[in-house]
Ligand binder design. Structure first.
Ligand code: AMP
Length: 198
């Protein structure tokens, strides 16, 4: 199964993707996690990405597409994968289509978590507080001001990715305002419907 999670930062993509990993035994490919690892390791990619990420902007399509192209070649991604945080631009969506077509593969579905953006800043403040309370590192870009930049980047560059997939009949909208368990249940039903249709 090859899936994409779309939705603004803080919508719950990472949480829901992690649940599907357990259920379906396929990896979650989070470009944010991959970039944070590259920054922590001080690789050339990480050095290029750091300042942009700290400011809440988008890393260049070229870098991110390269990372994903390499990652989907790895052994654990051969049965399928869940993309979280990618594609974030139409250019990335087109590049993904080309990558998959080159391998004779296609996406099963694209799940869009729909949320009211006015709740997201509070959600992110809570995510930072929870991480701190658990003794985990707090993401630098979970600062409220940087978060607003991430939301602006989403509305400017990423919001048009959902219509890209809707036009192709690949998009399923999920109500992301419900509880985590309710959202998971809605996702499970959507995936059952996709499997039954396919
Ligand atoms: P995330 O963990 O998905 O919220 O991503 C954290 C940050 O990594 C974003 O604010 C961007 O700076 C960068 N990033 C992650 N994925 C992408 C992507 N597909 N395209 C461009 N930048 C990305």
């Amino acid at each position: 199964m090859r899936l994409i999670f779309l939705g603004p930062p803080g919508a719950g993509k990472g949480t829901q993707a992690a649940r599907l990993v357990e259920k379906h035994g396929i990896p979650q490919l989070s470009t944010g996690d991959m970039l944070r690892a590259a920054v922590a390791a001080g690789t050339p990619v990480g050095q290029k990405a750091k300042a942009v990420m700290d400011a809440g902007g988008l890393v260049s399509d070229e870098i991110v597409i390269g990372i994903v192209a390499d990652r989907i070649e790895e052994e654990d991604a051969q049965k399928g994968f869940i993309l979280d945080g990618f594609p974030r631009t139409v250019a990335q969506a087109e590049a993904l289509d080309t990558m998959l077509a080159g391998k004779g593969l296609k996406l099963d579905t694209v799940l869009e978590l729909e949320v009211d953006q006015s709740i997201l800043v509070n959600r992110i403040i809570k995510r930072a507080a929870d991480a701190k309370a658990a003794g985990q590192p707090v993401r630098k870009d979970d600062d409220p001001d940087v978060f607003k930049q991430r939301l602006d980047a989403y509305n400017r560059d990423t919001a048009i990715v959902a219509p890209y997939y809707r036009q192709r009949g690949q998009l399923v909208a999920i109500d992301g305002m419900k509880s985590i368990d309710q959202v998971s249940a809605e996702i499970d039903s959507a995936l059952d419907a996709v499997a039954a249709a396919g």
